[in-house]
Design a protein around this ligand. Structure first.
Ligand SMILES: NC(=O)c1ccc[n+]([C@@H]2O[C@H](COP(=O)([O-])OP(=O)(O)OC[C@H]3O[C@@H](n4cnc5c(N)ncnc54)[C@H](O)[C@@H]3O)[C@@H](O)[C@H]2O)c1
Ligand SMILES: [Zn+2]
Ligand SMILES: [Zn+2]
Length: 346
């Protein structure tokens, strides 16, 4: 089969590689029907994720058809259409027993395209198939469901739920990439009074408006803290969500939240960020961080099936599986190309 193989920082190619096979009896092999690229794959290609070693097949998001299953797989059958989640779950360890699959101790967690070969391929081996895949409901498209592999649960769990978004809240979201936009979509389920999106790229702010932001701020031109305080009687946002992953935006998020408010960090940080405890201690804020667990995937599947969330909106570009080079290029130049999510189908 063919797959996107990582060959060290800056290098990847669509190579001929051996087909994956069942290794453990709880594995499934899935034929990849639709796959996408994540911002995290770009981090890997920059060399920011050293756990990914040369020779690794990239990708942690897919929708596909089950090709074969091990003897220990009970619920997944050959021919089933499944979502392959970015998080794999053994289902039995201390963390899996409490729905914290991202922290799985039994060999799961974020492993696809990280510690084992991933989904940017014609076929993928999925460990713990019963607890790491989800049946695709009838009546929804592969590409809608593909958005549930990573971005939608991430924005919802690590942003909206960790941030405790409540009806009537003012929610300020720093970063309007796919993750920030997912946080907008997830926040709207709770009827906030205002959603404010903050980004440096006008293309992304335009997308934020289309996703339902009530106000957008280009923080390259405007002081976001001043604008948010002016519209909240000087208090600040009830919830500030960080969806970028650099020190400046974490510090901005902490300044945006009102006393007693929540600051939910989603961004993956590669360098230390300053926590201004000398200013924050008296403000009674709650700061959360997290890797997505994907415990919300069944909820998001029902919301997608019921048309309460419109996952199609994220998909800006379509490619064939053999057009990965073009797809990576368009996705990497998002500010110019307007790319949110690119989908490759067989
Ligand atoms: N916690 C998790 O489990 C998890 C899962 C997936 C992704 N992530 C992380 O979430 C973050 C966002 O992901 P994404 O795919 O949306 O990324 P992205 O790069 O597509 O979007 C980031 C946005 O931030 C904007 N930005 C950059 N610097 C800024 C600044 N100083 N002020 C305001 N805006 C700024 C960019 O213009 C861009 O629109 C990344 O760090 C990603 O690695 C975390
Ligand atoms: Zn991802
Ligand atoms: Zn586990």
């Amino acid at each position: 089969m063919r797959a996107i193989v990582y060959h060290g920082p800056g290098k990847k190619s669509w190579d001929e590689v051996p087909d994956p096979v069942l290794i453990d009896d709880t594995d499934a092999v899935v034929r990849v029907d639709a796959v996408t690229i994540c911002g995290t794959d770009l981090h890997i290609l920059k060399g920011d994720v050293p756990a990914v070693t040369p020779g690794r097949i990239l990708g942690h998001e897919a929708v596909g058809t089950v090709e074969s299953v091990g003897s220990g797989v009970k619920n997944v059958q050959v021919g089933d259409r499944v979502l392959v989640s970015c998080i794999t779950a053994c289902g039995a360890c201390r963390y899996c027993r409490t729905g914290q699959y991202g922290q799985c101790l039994g060999g799961g967690g974020w492993i696809l395209g990280h510690k084992i070969d991933g989904t940017q391929a014609e076929y993928v081996r999925v460990p713990f198939a019963d607890t790491s895949t989800y049946p695709v409901p009838a009546g929804v498209t592969d590409e809608q469901i593909l958005m549930l592999a990573d971005i939608l649960p991430t924005g919802y769990e690590v942003g909206v739920l960790n941030g405790h978004v409540q009806p009537g809240d003012v929610v300020a979201i720093v970063g309007a990439g796919p993750i920030g936009l997912s946080a907008i979509m997830g926040s709207r389920l709770y009827s906030p009074s205002h959603i404010i999106a903050i980004d440096l790229a006008d293309t992304r702010l335009q997308a934020a408006k289309e996703f339902g932001a009530d106000l957008v701020i280009n923080n390259g031109r405007e002081d976001a803290v001043e604008v948010v305080r002016a519209m909240t009687n000087g208090l600040g946002a009830d919830v500030a969500i960080e969806a970028v992953g650099v020190p400046a935006t974490f510090e901005l998020a902490t300044q945006l939240a009102r006393p007693g408010g929540h600051i939910a960090n989603i961004g993956v940080h590669g360098e230390p960020a300053t926590l201004h405890l000398e200013e924050l201690w008296i403000r009674n804020v709650t700061i959360t961080t997290g890797l997505v667990d994907t415990f919300s995937t069944p909820t998001l599947l029902r919301l997608t099936e019921g048309h309460q969330i419109d996952a199609d909106r994220f998909v800006t570009h379509h490619f064939g599986l053999d057009q990965f080079d073009e797809a990576y290029d368009v996705f990497a130049r998002a500010a110019e190309t307007g790319a949110l999510k690119v989908v490759l189908t067989r």
